[in-house]
Each structure stands twice: as structure tokens, then as C-alpha cells.
Design a protein around this ligand. Structure first.
Ligand SMILES: Nc1ncnc2c1ncn2[C@@H]1O[C@H](COP(=O)(O)OP(=O)(O)O)[C@@H](O)[C@H]1O
Ligand SMILES: [Mg+2]
Length: 199
């Protein structure tokens, strides 16, 4: 950008990571409403925190109260929403934080954009794969009922599409995995890929 010059920080990402004994990364949860993103993401953060890792959870509904409160659910707004979250997540990665995002993020193109902004080596796409019928049955917030009655427009899975990830780093089939085993699966992945205890 014209007349704006990047000033390199004296403390680097690596310096920040070293004292935390971890690598910054983004666990990008995607899945239908009610698939279990917030539930698993919360439990995951809880476990990592107990293990003394440094985390931060950016959850769709909470972020909608502030950073993206001026955005709705049109395709265009969803795009801008994901772009803004990605830029924030990128800063968290630079801070050396294990960052967890829990947004439906229904479009492949937007998730690929997020991967590009955040950097593919920092980006772990976690697909919470729960069939639509199960989500409708769970309906934890009563939103499917409203969407099916036409009270909510552009609801993912009802009158707005969800594009399944083609090659996510982690797939969680919540028909097979309960919440605890889903969390273990992700922590094992982080250990195997050396995001944790990398000294
Ligand atoms: N195996 C499972 N994994 C995650 N959530 C589950 C599972 N089985 C049942 N649930 C329930 O499904 C609901 C998921 O809701 P939530 O986490 O808010 O979804 P999302 O954030 O994806 O919209 C919760 O009520 C949770 O208790
Ligand atoms: Mg949620």
C-alpha cells in the first residue's frame, strides 16, 4: 500500500513461539450449523489450556457481536466475514497462539482464501462432518425450525448451500466420535505434526 511501509518487529514469531513451547497455527473448523463446531472447539481449548498451551477460540456467534457485527448472511457478507476472521487469525498465528475458529464457512472458495491469507503450513482445516438430518434433529438453537418455517433466510443446508471440504486435514465424523474422542483426535494430530512441544 502506498506510503505504508511494513516495520519489522524486533521480537519474531519464532521468539514468541519458543517461550510458549508450541507453534502458532489455525484449526479452522467448518461444518453445518449444529454439527458440533462450538462444542468440540470449546472442549479442545479447555484440554489444551489444561495442558498449559496458549490458545484462543474465535467463535462465529461471539465474533458476530463485535468484529463483524455490521455483516449479515448474504454470500457477499459471508465472504467479507471470512476474510476479516482470516486476517485476525493470521495475527494470532504470528503471536504464536494455537488459534481455533468455529464458523460454518460454507464455501470452498472462501476457505481456500482463508488458507491463502493464513498460509497453508499454518492452516488445519477441521471438517465436522455431521449429516444435515442429524443437525436438524439436534437443532440446539432452534434455528432449523425457524429456517424450515421460512422465518430465517439464507440458512446453510436449507436455502443456502454447504460445500463439503475436498481434502481437509482432519475429518470428524460425529456419528462415530463423541466429543472427548474428537478432541483426542485433534490433539494427536497437533502432536504428530509437531505443533506442540517442538523444542
Ligand atoms: N459427537 C458430537 N460432537 C459434537 N457435538 C455433539 C456430538 N453429539 C451431540 N452433540 C451435540 O450437538 C450440538 C452441536 O451444537 P454446536 O456445537 O453449537 O454446533 P455448531 O457450533 O457447529 O453450530 C450440541 O448440542 C452438542 O452437545
Ligand atoms: Mg457454533
Amino acid at each position: 500500500m502506498k506510503n505504508i511501509v511494513w516495520h519489522p518487529n524486533k521480537v519474531t514469531r519464532n521468539d514468541r513461539e519458543k517461550i510458549k513451547n508450541q507453534k502458532g497455527c489455525v484449526l479452522w473448523f467448518t461444518g453445518l450449523s449444529g454439527s458440533g463446531k462450538s462444542t468440540i472447539a470449546n472442549e479442545l481449548e479447555y484440554e489444551l489450556n489444561k495442558m498449559r498451551y496458549h490458545t484462543y477460540l474465535l467463535d462465529g456467534d461471539n465474533i458476530r457481536h463485535g468484529l463483524i457485527k455490521n455483516l449479515g448472511f448474504s454470500d457477499l457478507d459471508r465472504k467479507e466475514n471470512i476474510r476479516r476472521i482470516s486476517e485476525v487469525a493470521k495475527l494470532f498465528v504470528d503471536a504464536g497462539i494455537i488459534t481455533i475458529t468455529a464458523f460454518i464457512s460454507p464455501f470452498i472458495e472462501d476457505r481456500e482464501k482463508a488458507r491463502e491469507i493464513i498460509g497453508t503450513k499454518n492452516f488445519i482445516e477441521v471438517f465436522v462432518d455431521t449429516p444435515l438430518e442429524v443437525c436438524i434433529q439436534r437443532d440446539p438453537k432452534g434455528l432449523y425450525k425457524k429456517a424450515l418455517n421460512g422465518e430465517i433466510k439464507n440458512f446453510t443446508g436449507i436455502d443456502s448451500p454447504y460445500e463439503r471440504p475436498l481434502s481437509p486435514e482432519i475429518i470428524i465424523d460425529t456419528k462415530k466420535y463423541d466429543i472427548i474422542s474428537s478432541v483426542s483426535l485433534i490433539i494427536d494430530y497437533l502432536k504428530n505434526k509437531k505443533y506442540l512441544d517442538f523444542r
